[in-house]
Ligand binder design. Structure first.
Ligand SMILES: CC(C)(COP(=O)(O)OP(=O)(O)OC[C@H]1O[C@@H](n2cnc3c(N)ncnc32)[C@H](O)[C@@H]1OP(=O)(O)O)[C@@H](O)C(=O)NCCC(=O)NCCS
Length: 148
């Protein structure tokens, strides 16, 4: 597996990952605009045999990074792909001078919560009933990029 920064040509693969993974996927327009025009956005992809099997997206706001989504093809889950993507993101954020990482995750998404907690993210808040499709709550998590 290799992990690299995403390019505009990865838009279709990222869109397919979004649609396979989320009930409310990001639109094609927002993904293309992030990859092509948005200097505050950076995405990474994981490839196996030349095929994109996972991605993570980040928006930078000053010294903070907001993790937008992480998604792995159902056929490639539980093989450490998301962990590798997030480790690459954290390493690049440290080099870019980003101090803190933030994210929101559905309270019912126990797999993602376990993934983030395993990487040192801590629960910092709860937005009750945040998601309009099923009324699930959003868990707010954060992590210092560099840890003592
Ligand atoms: C959540 C998701 C990104 C995890 O990707 P992944 O590549 O399978 O994750 P990893 O293999 O790196 O998992 C690392 C650890 O996280 C935890 N974990 C991951 N998925 C889990 C699950 N479904 N149930 C319980 N724990 C899980 C485990 O502790 C795992 O370690 P282990 O396999 O040694 O037990 C993937 O399931 C996915 O794409 N889901 C749909 C999209 C989504 O919910 N994204 C997160 C919200 S933004």
């Amino acid at each position: 597996m290799t992990v690299r920064v995403a390019r505009p040509a990865d838009a279709d693969a990222i869109l397919a990952l979004e649609r396979a993974s989320f009930t409310i996927p990001w639109s094609e327009e927002s993904i293309r605009s992030d990859l092509e025009d948005n200097a505050a956005a950076r995405y990474w992809v994981a490839e196996v045999d030349g095929r994109v099997v996972g991605y993570v997206g980040l928006w930078r706001v000053l010294d903070e990074g907001q993790i937008m989504d992480v998604a792995v093809l159902p056929s490639h889950r539980r093989h450490g792909v998301a962990t590798r993507l997030l480790e690459a993101l954290i390493e690049d954020c440290a080099a870019a001078g980003i101090d803190r990482l933030l994210l929101e995750v559905r309270e019912k998404n126990v797999g993602a919560l376990a993934l983030y907690e395993g990487l040192g993210f801590e629960r910092e808040g709860l937005r009750k009933g945040y998601y309009p499709d099923d009324g699930d709550s959003a868990v707010l998590m954060g992590r210092a990029v560099r840890r003592p």
